[in-house]
Design a protein around this ligand. Sequence first.
Ligand code: NDP
Ligand code: GDR
Length: 395
Amino acid sequence: MKNDKTTNNDNGNSHKQEAKRKIALLTGTTGQDGAYLAEFLLNKGYEVHGLKRRASSFNTDRIDHLYQDPHESDVRFRLHYGDLTDSTNLIRVIQEVQPDEIYNLGAQSHVQVSFETPEYTANSDAIGTLRILEALRILGMEKKARFYQASTSELYGLVQETPQKETTPFYPRSPYAAAKLYAYWITVNYRESYGMHASNGILFNHESPLRGETFVTRKITRAVARTVLGLQDRLYLGNMNAKRDWGFAGDYVEAMWLMVQQGQPEDFVIATGETHTVREFVEAAFGRAGVRIEWSGSGIEETGRVAAIEPGSPAAKAGVLKTGQTIVAVDPRYFRPAEVELLLGDPSKAKERLGWEPRVKFHGLVEMMVDADLMAQQREMYLKSGGYEVKNYFE
Ligand code: NDP
Ligand code: GDR
């Protein structure tokens, strides 16, 4: 269905004005950001097409609530099988969809995994970006479709300046970051060479209840819920001194869209302007469930023990944890061959030019994620025990 608007002309007569519905194509639709962006664009009235990879089991959990039966009329959300490593597929999907806007969110996005799969990471994250840009040229769509590239604060790596802004020099520290560096520059290059409306969003870490379970924030909030409920004894982590500027994915997808709506394509840092250590995240997350942590030892000997349990909290109500119990420890397996120690973004340009500001800050984010994982783990526990009632300790 098109958006029909009835307006008055100069003579006061009403006539029908057809506003064309915008079409967006997303790669990485099944990931965290893809899910938030797809919903955001659908709410804005877009027709949204997403690329999904063939997998041996269901991989659309994050977007199942957006699913529309393709047999119904006026379907505004469609998925297409595809892969960033397959140019033939990208050309065909882009030709078929004829998007006004392309958001390239697809990537092998795990930094530690990129040390183990460096070639694949380069193929999907670096060359994958080139493939989309070239597909647009091959199809003669380089002036028609606007392009958003999911660039990253990992580009700053061994930081040359703090806080990091659009002009801070890059120093990638992983195969992932090196691949994303290529993607960043090829996006700039196609903008300058062919006049494409192509922008890089240099996004700092952003999280949510939909965050993949192996990224540190979600690993922690999930472990908090499981530990409090007695489903897990201990949370093993790597470098707890690393500092990150963590924001909320729901806020960040709006910044992506705002960049694409600008008259001129440009690159923007998107961040909260606050940084915290992984250890602080652990403390805040256990704190939300009512557990105060006491640290002892250092380096690989560091452990976190239960110092106190707040009366009336989820931990107290569950009644599983005891003071003195060790619930956090270090496992060197999670150390990276090269680490990014400190990230802190300066989002002033985005505030000035896009009018964008983060709504959710560190503590709001931790609370949102812990609460969601407490609910999810309780649900799983009750289902497993054959019950059907989901008890919420916050009520
Ligand atoms: P996720 O890991 O949650 O999602 C990645 C998505 O990319 C998934 O849909 C995945 O599909 C898809 N994908 C992976 N490989 C390919 C491939 N070869 N071809 C097509 N699709 C592929 O990442 P996020 O949602 O967190 O991040 C979105 C983008 O933003 C990524 O490019 C990431 O590198 C970048 N980024 C993320 C930040 C963050 O903090 N979240 C910060 C800065 C940048 P499947 O579900 O099948 O695995
Ligand atoms: P990052 O996110 O590498 O910043 O990349 P991640 O959550 O994986 O790590 C953040 C920091 O936590 C330290 N850490 C651990 N990390 C994980 N995953 N698991 C652990 O057990 C652990 N213990 C400590 C890490 O060493 C690191 O310093 C994310 C991804 O979303 C990228 O795609 C994106 O580009 C960047 O954020 C911005």
